[in-house]
Design a protein around this ligand. Sequence first.
Ligand SMILES: O=C(O)c1cc(=O)[nH]c(=O)n1[C@@H]1O[C@H](COP(=O)(O)O)[C@@H](O)[C@H]1O
Length: 279
Amino acid sequence: MTFGARLAAAMDEHGPLCVGIDPHESLLADWGLPDDASGLRSFAQIVMEAVGGRVAAVKPQAAFFERHGSAGVAVLEEVVAAGRETGTLVIVDAKRGDIGSTMGAYADAFLRDGSPLAGDALTVSPYLGFGSLDPAVDLALSSGRGLFVLCLTSNKEGHEVQHARTADGASVASLMASRAAALNAGSDPMGSIGLVVGATVGDAAERTGTDLTAVNGPLLAPGVGAQGAGAAELTAVFGAARRQVLASSSRGVLRAGPDVASLRTAALEASSEAAAALR
Ligand SMILES: O=C(O)c1cc(=O)[nH]c(=O)n1[C@@H]1O[C@H](COP(=O)(O)O)[C@@H](O)[C@H]1O
């Protein structure tokens, strides 16, 4: 089964929410955990116990694991394995992007069957040119995995690049979206090459001429919760494309920990809110 089909089924079953696993130093402290690999492991285990099998997806943010060195990367591998065991899709948020030949090695690490870091999808940056992602696109599609390509990001600096216009007047963001659309053409219920479009971006899709409905792929929408976006923003930003959206919240949910039951309640509430906003 393709990633697009598996994600559509998971969203139907659990609601359109991805819980971000971002073990910030401050969250580890709030949870009474040490800022080392053992604290990271406890944090990740608590999150997976709370939400594994109950939300559509989780999104471990690689940097928070990498900052603990190889022992932290081992915990990221454990999160990938826990997702597989609980039937929860894992989007590894590593935002990789490089020249094609090196991109092949990143693809091998994050998208190859049998690699311990290969979840169900990977976030990638197309700002070395969308074509530089080809090795990742090829391996994702041939292994039943997916990609989320940065398109309109939630940070305030993103417009410098993403809203810029090329010589023929098209915005960079709209070009990224049309490249994803071409890869997803004809897929049912949706393709496996998604985009990242922040829930905080307001009317950026319209202003940049980015046709999100035409993408026919999943739209990962971070920015829910801690960055200020809620139900109203999800509805306004995505409009007719809202059925493709996987809303993503990290700190907004994680703040409810470390109690497993409270964390689970926060995740399920966020999932219901996203479902209502995106219905
Ligand atoms: O690709 C992402 O996930 C991402 C893209 C984007 O445009 N904005 C964004 O915040 N993210 C990630 O989503 C998460 C947001 O975390 P919270 O603000 O705590 O919900 C972080 O892991 C970010 O790296």
